[in-house]
Design a protein around this ligand. Structure first.
Ligand code: KG4
Ligand code: ZN
Length: 336
């Protein structure tokens, strides 16, 4: 097993990549539909699946061409089968199964969340389990303990909104285009994080679970109050305050989890792992505890197929195969 073709279509990016030996990216092609969804303020499932259908084969062809290979050189095909939007997932999964069947290439279904974790292995040659991983995106906020490759225990997860969802919803009220995360990050750099006092969900509790609906609602109410009072919203201060409220809990709980598990390696993964404040504070505060933080580069934090190829590689390498009857699972979970 050397070259794995990865395919990802769980949300609004159609992506294909060729990865060598699980860690070396030979090509990584992403066709984003963000512009099509932006005017609706979020991803419209119908539109997403229709565009995946149009993009999937050209994207796969481009990934193979950029890697300088053909399907005959590919040793395995890995595709996301969940979680995500069912109509979107089915497009990439079906393409992967069809190609694997027609060419007699080993096939494996990959959990999207596991893929996000593997974005770190693509870029950090020295990174190895045991580790704790914070996976934080528009759809997920979870803390995993990974004792070895392929094994995950859930230490905590959000009880309501994902961190990225809270950021995107409040960001929209601040007038930022969807998804708001990158713009909020930039705006917050010139803001005062102490200006607005927003709630830190479940911060006082022993549990490693998260809750972001409280901060989301409080922030939205505060914005509406300011507007109704005819006051101008200090956008940078507001963005910084929201970001700080979210980052505070993410850092505190992740470090607590790493200490409880006695690991010296902490991974950040998922779209929100691109947040500069989260990266900076997590790295600094972990270092004082002797814990090393790894995060993917910005383009590998958000959805891509290289991470799927990498996760698939390690499974194929262990001899795992998925049946062609494997179905898309929109609410697939990772770990026990
Ligand atoms: O992993 P991803 O591409 O898709 C999901 O699986 O959800 O994550 C997208 C999420 C969005 O909520 C987006 O606003 C957020 O990641 N995001 C950020 C940043 N870049 C992307 N959030 C905060 N700061 C950023 N720099
Ligand atoms: Zn994702």
């Amino acid at each position: 097993m050397r070259l794995v073709l990865g395919i990802e279509s769980s949300c609004d990016e159609t992506a294909a990549a060729v990865v060598e030996d699980g860690r070396l990216i030979r090509s990584n092609v992403i066709a984003s539909q963000i512009d099509l969804h932006r005017k609706f303020g979020g991803v419209v499932p119908e539109i997403a699946s229709r565009h995946h259908v149009e993009a999937i084969l050209p994207v796969i062809d481009t990934a193979l061409a950029e890697a300088g290979v053909t399907l005959d050189d590919v040793d395995g095909i890995a595709a996301t089968y969940g979680p995500g939007l069912v109509g979107s997932l089915l497009v990439g999964l079906t393409a992967a199964k069809a190609l694997a069947f027609a060419k007699g290439i080993p096939f494996i279904g990959v959990n999207h969340i596991e893929g996000h974790i593997y974005a770190n292995f693509l870029e950090h040659a020295d990174a190895e389990p045991p580790l704790v991983c914070l996976t934080v995106s528009g759809g997920h906020t979870e803390l995993f303990y990974m004792p070895e490759f392929g094994r995950y225990t859930v230490l905590g997860r959000t009880r309501d909104d994902a961190a990225g969802e809270a950021i995107d919803k409040v960001g929209r009220l601040l007038g930022l285009p969807y998804p708001a995360g990158p713009d909020l990050d930039r705006l917050a750099r010139n803001g005062d994080p102490q200006r607005f006092d927003l709630p830190r969900g479940l911060a006082e509790e022993d549990s490693l679970d998260f809750s972001f609906s409280g901060v989301k609602t409080a922030a939205m109410n505060r914005l509406n109050q300011l507007r109704q009072a005819g006051e101008e919203v200090p956008r940078a201060d507001f963005a910084a305050s929201l970001q700080e409220a979210v980052v505070d809990v993410l850092v505190e709980k992740s470090l607590r989890a790493a200490v409880a598990k006695g690991v010296k390696t902490l991974f950040l993964s998922g779209g929100v792992a691109a947040n500069s404040r989260l990266r900076e504070r997590m790295t600094r505060e972990a270092a004082s505890l002797g814990i090393r933080v790894y995060a993917p580069s910005l383009q590998l934090c958000t959805d891509n197929a290289a991470m799927i190829a990498s996760a698939g590689y390690y499974r194929l390498q262990r001899g795992e195969r998925s049946p062609f009857s494997l179905n898309a699972d929109p609410s697939l979970r990772l770990g026990s």
